[in-house]
Ligand binder design. Structure first.
Ligand code: FES
Length: 273
């Protein structure tokens, strides 16, 4: 059991370096978890950041880190045996729909929170993963048989974006008079998730997306992660279609660490520093 407020110091049990972009830290520690939830990772003297669980078993969990800023570069430089602080898990997680007619759409490291979800869904799901280039396709071997890959530059799979494939699959089901998707799950850049949401709305398909905002407390007290009238760390990070329809800041604005609201593009630039 890990307290909400106080990080528990846990040893890094194992590290997997997937490629030059992604690294997973594993912890041999039992926590209650549902796919889509996240933990706060504290590096003493550096900072504390939220990370979704990308691996989960009753005795071990893993978080996958994209090395792109000061904090994440320090995190991927850790070694087995190093101590870090963990709080959580936090958030609501995904509602699991057991139908074979589900789609999972991952963009870049948005694959991380979706990976434990995929293992809970029907094996006949439609699973689409896109990224800028093949280097940014996470877990290339983990779901190799079930995934449709897209890359912006065509270096792996279909050249284009994930919504190309999702739109084609929705269209195919419509034209063939087949059962339409009962649920579409998405995680990745917010612009991508908004495109998935818009596509789903136009076909009356329900979706759930996992939003990302700057987080400080993780349990609904500080207000750092507010998006519209929602608190992402406790109301989310997973939001469904009905909630997204009324979320004015979805794909528009986010709060910096200072609390200042900025266009989402400025927030993304700041977050990567
Ligand atoms: S991180 Fe503090 S309210 Fe969400």
């Amino acid at each position: 059991m890990i307290a909400e407020h106080t990080p528990l110091m846990i040893e890094v049990a194992e590290i997997t370096i997937h490629n030059s972009v992604y690294t997973t830290l594993f912890f041999d520690f039992a926590i209650d978890f549902r796919p889509g939830q996240f933990v706060m990772l504290w590096l003493p003297g550096v900072d504390e950041k939220p990370y979704s669980l990308s691996y989960y078993s009753p005795t071990r969990f893993g978080i996958t880190i994209e090395a792109k800023g000061r904090f994440s570069r320090r995190a991927v430089a850790l070694a087995p045996g190093d101590l870090v602080g963990i709080r959580g898990p936090f958030g609501n997680g995904f509602d699991i729909v057991s139908s074979p007619h589900t789609a999972v759409v991952a963009g870049g490291c948005g694959m991380a929170p979706l990976a434990p979800l995929v293992t809970k869904l029907h094996p006949d799901l439609c699973f689409i993963h896109g990224a800028r280039t093949k280097e940014f396709i996470l877990f290339q071997d983990r779901f190799a048989r079930t995934r449709h890959i897209t890359t912006d530059d065509g270096s792996l799979g279909h050249k284009g974006v994930v919504t190309d494939l999702l739109a084609a699959e929705i269209q195919h089901r419509t034209v063939q008079n087949q059962h339409q998707f009962d649920m579409v799950y998405a995680c990745g850049p917010e612009m991508m998730m908004h495109a998935v949401f818009t596509l789903c709305e136009s076909h009356r398909i329900p979706c759930q997306v996992s939003l990302e905002r700057y987080m400080r407390c993780g349990f609904g007290v500080c207000g750092a992660c507010v998006c519209g009238d929602r608190v992402v760390c406790t109301d989310g990070p997973v939001f469904d279609s009905a909630q997204l329809r009324n979320m004015a800041d979805f794909n528009r604005t986010a709060l910096l660490k200072s609390g200042r609201a900025v266009p989402l593009s400025d927030y993304v630039t700041w977050r990567c520093q």
